[in-house]
Design a protein around this ligand. Structure first.
Ligand SMILES: Cc1cc2nc3c(=O)[nH]c(=O)nc-3n(C[C@H](O)[C@H](O)[C@H](O)COP(=O)(O)OP(=O)(O)OC[C@H]3O[C@@H](n4cnc5c(N)ncnc54)[C@H](O)[C@@H]3O)c2cc1C
Ligand code: SF4
Length: 419
């Protein structure tokens, strides 16, 4: 019998896998996990030390033209758009701002456990036990291997407490099934928030409540694995926990084995010498390091020295909270009224001064993108971030960065480095 449709049609309309593959091949994938929501054949797996979408080859072809259209508008590897929430003014470095606060968790154990004051943990721990709250999603060390990081659904304050602290390693929060629930609260990186907000807009539903943090980029999983062994933990040791910081501000990187052995180092060494240098390429050209798609964003409110460098001397944790949307403002007001967070006003200049890397990266973004295009590579489209204006304020630095990026990209090519 003659087939109703020409042979091969399924493959020709199954366009999502190749669209996703192109983003990965061009080193534009952030590892956010958003594409997992579009096709149940896609899962996130480890590729060269980073989380990347993997399509099950045995699952058979299907018509994915509509999913691919959604993907092209949603994927933060392809494009990121600066949101313009109602009533917010736009700060050149901090993005949309409705209000700015210096903040920390009122509960001393949460303030101590968190990265910079435990503000996100305090909010999640309070929300999850409040009547009518939807699911909460955050990240923690993997149960079977705490060297890895996984997205987790939180159901109690204690579970929230267990997720306190930043983990400088790959994790795909937007792949968690609960993150498409409009009633959910999701703690996530800027790229994950961008994917989740765009996906909700495209699908015509409310996004979850998005709690983002400032982000300097995702280091390779291999950097964590190497750091644990460099510090003296035997490679075959079975680990009980890996913490990157927290339990103080900034706190220490600590790996502990089930039989009680412990290795650790300070934040400057762990981030500065071991993890930071292994951030994936996409993050070096990220237009949004401050979580503009969040309802509320948190960052370290470091004290700075006379030369403007952040001081990493131990102190009680303190976050800068950037309120971006009316929803974020209502959340913060209620949390303060409920005695969950303590807040004080803070000026934008103080927050920007505490975040020299974020200001620096935004200034250098245009030359980095131009250099990448000059070498005929693809870049993430950045809309509405004012990157031209930021670069124009420091033209000499921009020129230096353009040359430097060409050199770095050629070096990566020569050495076969890919992320
Ligand atoms: C990769 C990375 C880069 C960062 N870069 C900067 C920076 O440049 N400048 C800056 O000021 N701050 C940065 N931070 C954020 C900072 O470390 C604090 O998380 C932030 O100040 C909030 O502190 P907190 O005490 O309120 O959060 P906490 O109460 O400690 O809560 C942290 C929350 O983040 C979640 N989380 C931890 N790791 C990840 C992860 N990899 N992906 C998604 N969710 C995660 C946890 O589950 C928890 O819910 C970064 C964090 C990460 C993970
Ligand atoms: S950036 Fe996110 S949505 Fe885009 S391909 Fe990577 S994991 Fe998928």
């Amino acid at each position: 019998m003659r087939p109703l449709l020409p042979r091969g049609w399924r493959r020709s309309v199954d366009v999502l896998p190749s669209a996703v593959g192109r983003v990965v091949d061009r080193e534009l994938c952030t590892g956010c996990g958003g594409c997992v929501q579009l096709d149940d054949r896609i899962t996130m797996g480890d590729v060269r030390g980073f989380r990347r979408p993997i399509v099950d080859p045995g699952a058979g072809a299907r018509d994915t033209r509509a999913a691919a259209r959604t993907f092209r508008r949603m994927c933060p590897g392809i494009s990121v758009t600066a949101p313009r929430p109602d009533g917010a003014r736009r700060d050149r470095t901090l993005g949309p701002v409705l209000a700015l606060r210096r903040a920390w968790a009122v509960a001393p154990e949460v303030r101590h456990a968190g990265s910079s004051g435990g503000t996100l943990t305090a909010l999640v721990g309070w929300l999850v036990e409040r009547d009518g709250s939807g699911p909460c999603v955050a990240s923690s060390g993997g149960a079977s291997d705490p060297r890895t990081t996984v997205p987790v659904r939180i159901t109690t304050r204690d579970e929230a407490f267990a997720t306190a602290g930043s983990r400088y390693a790959p994790v795909s929060v937007a792949a968690h099934p609960a993150t498409t629930d409009p009633a959910a609260t999701v703690v996530c990186k800027p790229c994950e928030a961008s994917a989740l907000r765009r996906l909700a807009e495209i699908e015509g539903r409310e996004p979850p409540l998005l709690l983002t943090f400032f982000c300097a980029g995702t280091p390779s999983q291999r950097a964590t694995d190497d750091l644990v062994t460099t510090l003296g933990m035997p490679a075959e040791a079975v680990l009980e926990s890996v913490r990157y910081r927290g339990r103080g501000w900034p706190g220490r990187f600590v790996a502990r084995s089930v039989d009680g052995a412990e290795v650790s180092t300070d934040y400057r060494t762990s981030w500065g010498a071991h993890l930071g240098p292994h951030v994936q390429w996409r993050c070096r050209t990220c237009p949004d390091g401050v979580g503009e798609s969040g309802d509320l964003s948190a960052g370290d409110l470091w004290d700075t020295d006379d030369e403007g460098y952040p001081s990493f001397a131990e102190a009680p944790g303190t976050s800068a909270l950037v309120v971006r949307t009316a929803r974020g403002r209502a959340l913060l007001d209620e949390a303060v009224a409920a005695g969950v967070l303590e807040v004080e006003p803070v000026e934008a200049e103080t927050v920007v001064a505490a975040q020299p890397y974020q200001a620096h990266r935004r200034r250098l973004l245009l030359p980095r993108l131009v250099a990448t295009l000059v070498l005929r590579r693809a870049v993430t489209r950045a809309r509405g971030f004012g990157i031209l204006g930021s670069a124009a304020r420091a033209p000499r630095a921009a020129l230096r960065e353009l040359r430097g990026t060409v050199v770095r990209l050629r070096y990566r090519d020569r050495e076969g480095i890919r992320s």
